[in-house]
Design a protein around this ligand. Structure first.
Ligand code: NDP
Length: 483
């Protein structure tokens, strides 16, 4: 009996209506796609990085032609405004950056010379790609977070099987229009659709996994990879703090904190989710922040206008509202915002500033993933650092102080991978420059950005040649056996 295609309806975050459908890939379909990729990967890897760069450059040309269509699809998927329309251009920057960096990354991994521990042995390196890299990506920034891993994996010589979130599939469909225009790339880059068990099917067929998503799902992915004894790179959540000292320029601090907390409706892994302000400037800072927060406009009238869009994933609005309610029940004050609004079916929250918060509240402990800015006052520097480090997470942190030196001294004591000083949201400055590791529950594996991130998709072999006489076991002497 022929198996029936299972489909899933996809909600539009601006209307609340299901206006799109995806078919759920069966385990057999996932296995068949992986087998095709595995077969084609041998040619892809054998052609070498220079030839792959030529093919990726052609893909860059296709993405350029479709950059606006990709942005439109992202806007429908996520409800984003300017955050969506730049996605095609970010993809171009990602491919273009690796066109320059990938050949050098390979050259840096090559080594040939005589062994220092056995001087008659010549050592030569060989790097080989993992044949199939599985990429499992989330619904926030669905294109960028899929491609941050997929693009370097392809440059490395891996084939890539992508499983995007079922919540935001449209932008991946638009992207694959460009992939299909480059047949050599389409031979080694494919995607499957559906919910979490399709992600598990991808793990079952892959040789290494890159996962971006929540902590609970990350644990399941790590366990499944451990059972198969394949490596996994996890990019998980955050509860990122920002410290504002009494010496800071408060105008600058409030502007930077607002953007860092509400950009893309706060649905960013490195959003600021906790703010600690020195007590003598707390009230002045909150007044400035609230004033600026009230000037942030929703994009409900026009997706291309406004500053923030609706929640991409409707259940996230419930989590955010629950965090606010829990904080208020435990004594917090909502200074501005605070209520999720249903506007023509889209669920929106205006920037929400809260004061009087404590670490007993969910909003200071668990990832909120919404445009909320809980502000807490602190006494001295020691207390600020203790509060910032009082978390399971460690993705990024920000410090805004009277001088860069003062900010850096505090930043060096915070347990997080990226420390932003005198501003927020500086993650993009690390691209192509220098990667960093996640602390705690925010993930593990080698850095996903920076030149070394290509290494995640490569295994290094050593070819060891004996150029001198071989050892004769009959002449081996054991310690203590001296003549
Ligand atoms: P989820 O963990 O819910 O999902 C991530 C992906 O995993 C989706 O494609 C999902 O499919 C899939 N999935 C679900 N269950 C399983 C399973 N059992 N096995 C394999 N795959 C599965 O994350 P969200 O989509 O909700 O994304 C938001 C989270 O991502 C936040 O916690 C955020 O902080 C984090 N994130 C981390 C970043 C980082 O770089 N550190 C960057 C951005 C986001 P489906 O959606 O179809 O169910």
């Amino acid at each position: 009996m022929a198996s029936q295609t299972v489909t899933l309806d996809v909600r539009n975050p601006r209307t609340g209506q299901a206006d799109h459908t995806i078919s759920v890939s069966s385990r057999d379909e996932v296995a068949a796609k992986a087998a095709r990729l595995r077969e084609n990967q041998r040619v892809w890897e054998a052609m070498g990085v220079a030839e792959r760069c030529g093919i990726m450059a052609r893909w860059l040309g296709e993405v350029k032609k479709s950059a606006m269509a990709i942005g439109e699809a992202d806007a429908v998927d996520t409800g984003g405004c300017h955050t969506s329309y730049i996605q095609g251009f970010i993809t171009m920057g990602n491919i273009g950056g690796w066109l320059e960096d990938a050949p050098k990354a390979f050259a840096d991994l090559e080594w040939q010379g005589m062994s220092s521990s056995m001087p008659t042995v010549e050592v030569e390196s060989q790097v080989v790609a993992y044949p199939v890299t599985g990429v499992i990506s989330p619904w926030n920034a669905p294109l960028m977070l899929a491609l941050l891993d997929a693009i370097p994996a392809l440059f490395a010589g891996s084939a890539v099987l992508l499983k995007p979130s079922e919540v935001t599939p449209r932008v991946i469909e638009a992207l694959f229009e460009t992939v299909r225009a480059v047949p050599e790339l389409a031979a080694v880059f494919d995607y499957v659709t559906g919910p979490g068990d399709v992600g598990q099917a991808v793990i079952a067929q892959s040789d290494t996994i890159c996962f971006t998503g929540s902590v609970p799902t990350g644990r399941k992915v790590a366990v499944a990879c451990a059972e198969r004894l394949i490596p996994c790179n996890l990019e998980l959540g955050g509860k990122d703090p920002c410290i504002v000292t009494a010496s800071a320029d408060l105008e600058r601090a409030a502007t930077a904190v607002l953007r860092g907390a509400v950009y893309a409706t706060g649905q960013v892994c490195y959003s600021i989710e906790r703010v600690y302000v020195q007590e003598e400037v707390h009230d002045e800072f909150v007044a400035l922040l609230a004033e600026k927060a009230q000037e942030v406009r929703l994009n409900s009238d026009n997706p291309r206008a406004g500053h923030i869009g609706p929640f991409t994933f409707a259940p996230q609005a419930e989590i955010v509202q629950r965090h606010i309610a829990d904080a208020v029940a435990k004594g917090a004050t909502v200074v501005t915002g605070g209520e999720v609004e249903d506007i023509a079916g889209g669920l929106y929250l205006r920037p929400t500033v809260l004061t009087g918060v404590t670490h007993e509240m969910e909003i200071m402990q668990d990832e909120t993933f919404g445009p909320c800015i809980p502000v807490m006052s602190y006494g001295d520097e020691e207390e600020a650092i203790r509060l910032a480090n009082d978390t399971h997470f460690g993705l990024t942190a920000s410090v805004i102080a009277g001088s860069a030196e003062e900010a850096k001294a505090i930043g060096k004591r915070i347990n997080a991978g990226g420390i932003f000083l005198q501003d927020t949201f500086l993650t993009f400055a690390k691209l192509r420059t220098f990667g960093s590791d996640s602390f705690g529950w925010s993930g593990y594996g080698a850095p996903r950005i920076g030149p070394e991130s290509l290494r995640r998709f490569l295994r290094r072999k050593s070819l060891l040649t004996q150029t001198g006489p071989v050892a004769d076991i009959r002449n081996d002497h054991h310690l203590g056996e001296g003549k």
